[in-house]
Design a protein around this ligand. Structure first.
Ligand code: AMP
Length: 410
């Protein structure tokens, strides 16, 4: 089954065509048929890219005024006679949509009907920057491909297994009842993929039998405690702002700082939101960049603030690993994914060094030489094994789409 995976943001549409089926999932014989991006929607010139394996990459600058034009462009890119992946849009047999917030409604991926779409709309206020675009993408693609099933895969649903004592904030209980303010957690597809990869590739043990700490370090960062394949805690909260230090987001801070700063600098809610989400994190501490590569380079040249940013970043991850080790009653595995987690041996080393007493014995040689396919980075005698796992969120979405259609999700 050819599944189109769609990730619609405020100014971009990311997509990938994946050939998969229940049998292919079982046998690992899925095929990636091409991936692309329509970026800077609404700007004077939008960037349009597509790459099918074995074919010439396509790239152009076009005028894409809105999401309707972007969705049309996705189908044009897929069917281009020279650089596309299919001859006709009729070859697309299903669409898997990434949806950021499923609130408390969605505990798993869902075949979309009007009722499910209504619930996604009800989650707009929980994710005002994401869900409206995800919803619009679904509606537009349903119009373009009305005869195929559409499935929603939520960033939050994997974490719906958290116990209430882990997701409740210590605020007056009625803010949870009135406004649904609680920890939701995000990056669920990546944490699920890491769990799956530990089970099938790295530890080769059924997920029911192990406890894992999954660490996603990209521009956004989150960490999860996974017990028997179920998320029992995660660092992102009501929004993706909580938890680890990120590229431009602050992660955990004392909430009183916000009140203090707003009073001191007479800042509006919007200004404070921008400060916390766009000017904090690695960028805020270093004053240099949100890009870990640039910060490591600056650190190696002796830049003090870059060094501080990298150290604070790694220290926070390390602290959460300790916390989740305790929350799980002892982890068996740790997985690293995301642009930083997969590519930076230095960050992994700063996070895991000197944790022998916790049962983690890093092997520096393995850590420095692990390749693009990932692998183990701990010593043979390490009680807890750590792995680098190249994450694949699109594959999770394509698989869930097939499973939801077959009614075998869960
Ligand atoms: P992502 O959001 O998953 O694409 O990750 C983006 C982050 O990964 C950025 O901070 C990049 O600087 C970082 N990154 C990518 N490659 C490397 C690398 N080789 N070393 C350190 N950080 C990297």
């Amino acid at each position: 089954m050819k599944v189109l995976v769609l990730n619609v943001g405020s100014s971009s549409v990311k997509f990938e065509l994946i050939d998969t089926s229940l049998e292919a999932i079982q046998n690992g014989t899925e095929r990636k048929l091409g991936r692309g991006l329509v970026d800077k929607i609404g700007a004077t010139t939008s960037t349009v890219k597509f790459q099918a394996p074995g074919k010439e990459a396509f790239k152009d600058e076009l005028n894409i005024p809105d999401h309707a034009a972007a969705i049309k462009e996705v189908l044009t890119l897929l069917t281009d006679p020279e650089t596309g992946a299919i001859k006709d849009v009729k070859e697309i047999e299903a669409v898997g949509h990434r949806v950021v917030h499923g609130g408390e409604y969605f505990t798993q991926s869902m075949l979309l009907d009007e009722d499910a779409l209504e619930k996604i709309k009800e989650c707009f206020e929980l994710a005002p920057l994401h869900n409206p675009h995800n919803y619009r993408g679904i509606r537009l693609m349903q119009q373009a491909l009305p005869d195929v099933p559409h499935v929603a895969v939520f960033d939050t649903s994997f974490h719906q297994t958290m116990p209430k004592y882990a997701f409740i904030y210590a605020l007056p209980y009625d803010v949870y009842q009135k406004y649904k303010i609680r920890r939701y957690g995000f990056h669920g597809t990546s944490h699920r993929y890491m769990t799956y990869a530990i089970e099938t590739r790295f530890a080769k043990r059924p997920r029911k039998e192990f406890k894992a700490i999954t660490v996603h370090l990209g521009n956004g960062c989150s960490i999860a405690a996974v017990d028997g394949g179920r998320s029992i805690d995660t660092s992102m909260g009501f929004t993706p702002l909580e938890g680890l230090i990120m590229g431009t987001r602050c992660g955990d801070i004392d909430p009183a700082i916000i009140l203090h700063l707003m009073a001191k600098e007479d800042q509006s809610v919007q200004e404070m939101n921008t400060l916390l989400n766009k000017f904090s994190g690695l960028k805020g501490i270093s004053g240099l960049s949100n890009d870990m590569r640039e910060l490591i380079a600056a650190m190696q040249e002796g830049n003090e603030r870059a060094t501080l940013a990298v150290k604070a970043f790694c220290y926070r991850v390390r602290k959460y690993i300790g916390a989740y080790h305790a929350a799980l009653g002892g982890a068996d595995y740790i997985a690293f994914a995301g642009g930083i987690g997969e590519n930076s041996a230095l960050v992994r080393e700063l996070v895991l060094e000197n944790l022998e007493k916790l049962g983690i014995i890093l092997d520096r040689g393995k850590n420095n030489s692990v390749g693009a396919k990932g692998g183990e980075i701990t010593a043979d005698n390490s009680p807890i094994k750590a792995f680098v796992v190249p994450t694949d969120e699109e594959l999770v979405i394509a698989r869930d789409t097939v499973r939801a259609i077959a009614g075998v999700i869960g």
